[in-house]
Design a protein around this ligand. Structure first.
Ligand SMILES: [Zn+2]
Length: 272
């Protein structure tokens, strides 16, 4: 499932290739992800100009103009992909024709969502917490204290996944952040010291920046960049997907458990 580094990679690719272009035609094979009927979508989008593309948490926001400004808000969920190609791809759900190329929207699992709206802040993208890549240390620590006072029993892994706390982190990066900051994912947030909170912040920034530099993590088929290429950060994962393998730091076997329904891997010796 694409998280912040993967969505950031896609957004950078889209900006490079599509910024300023006009959507000349739209082909809809499946409208399941849309919030409006396909005919309305087609009519509104055709001839619109792409003026800006940006990321908010795990959401892609495409600013369009045709008379007035409106927005496409996209959440890729499990397996949504944007592939730029000369033609339409075989399993394309929605194709956007721009000068000289097609932007193919694919989604094997069919959970992705696309909202066509006049105000993106009225979609779920407008109701999430500060972005994990942009948040300052001061703001992070202040927010952490507020959540720790309100929900002291909440596990730290669960907090990191909550998009209302900070946005962009999912199961892969939450596990990696907690390994790097050497904190047990089951720790109650009310019990974390200010040094531990600061270590989480520093690990989060370090991992997200490195993962973006490596164009994200392709653990399986789900994430590809807009040229269809996998990311490279899977080579650097310390814990995610490595249950029962040896800890890269101490050599002990990593343990795995479901926390709030999500498989979580960590090292019992290194993470306290
Ligand atoms: Zn270890």
């Amino acid at each position: 499932m694409p998280e912040l580094p993967e969505v950031e990679t896609i957004v950078r690719n889209l900006k490079e290739n599509l910024g300023g272009k006009i959507i000349r035609a739209v082909k809809i094979n499946s409208s399941r992800s849309l919030n409006v009927p396909p005919a309305v979508f087609k009519k509104k989008i055709s001839r619109a100009k792409i003026v800006q593309i940006r990321r908010v948490g795990k959401y892609i926001i495409i600013h369009l103009i045709k008379g007035k400004v409106f927005y496409l808000v996209v959440h890729l969920r499990m397996s949504g992909q944007f592939i730029i190609a000369a033609g339409l791809k075989e399993k394309v759900r929605i194709g956007f024709y721009l000068k000289n190329c097609w932007l193919n929207f694919l989604d094997a699992r069919n959970f992705a969502r696309i909202w066509l709206v006049n105000d993106w802040k009225k979609t779920p993208a407008g109701r999430i917490g500060p972005d994990a890549l942009k948040i300052t240390r001061k703001e992070f620590l202040e927010r952490f204290s507020i959540f720790a006072r309100r929900f002291p029993q909440k596990m730290v892994k669960v907090l990191l996944l909550e998009q209302e706390f900070i946005s962009g982190i999912g199961n892969i990066y939450a596990a990696e952040i907690l390994f790097l900051s050497r904190i047990n994912p089951k720790r109650k947030i009310g019990s974390l010291t200010s040094i531990e909170q600061k270590n989480i912040f520093l690990a989060m920034k370090k991992i997200l920046r490195k993962a973006i530099a490596r164009r994200g993590t392709s653990f399986d088929y789900a994430y590809r960049d807009t040229r269809g290429r996998p990311g490279d950060f899977q080579r650097y994962l310390n814990v995610y997907g490595r249950a029962q393998e040896q800890c890269r730091r101490c050599g002990r076997n990593l343990v795995s458990e479901k926390i709030a329904g999500r498989t979580t891997v960590w090292c019992r010796r290194c993470q306290n």
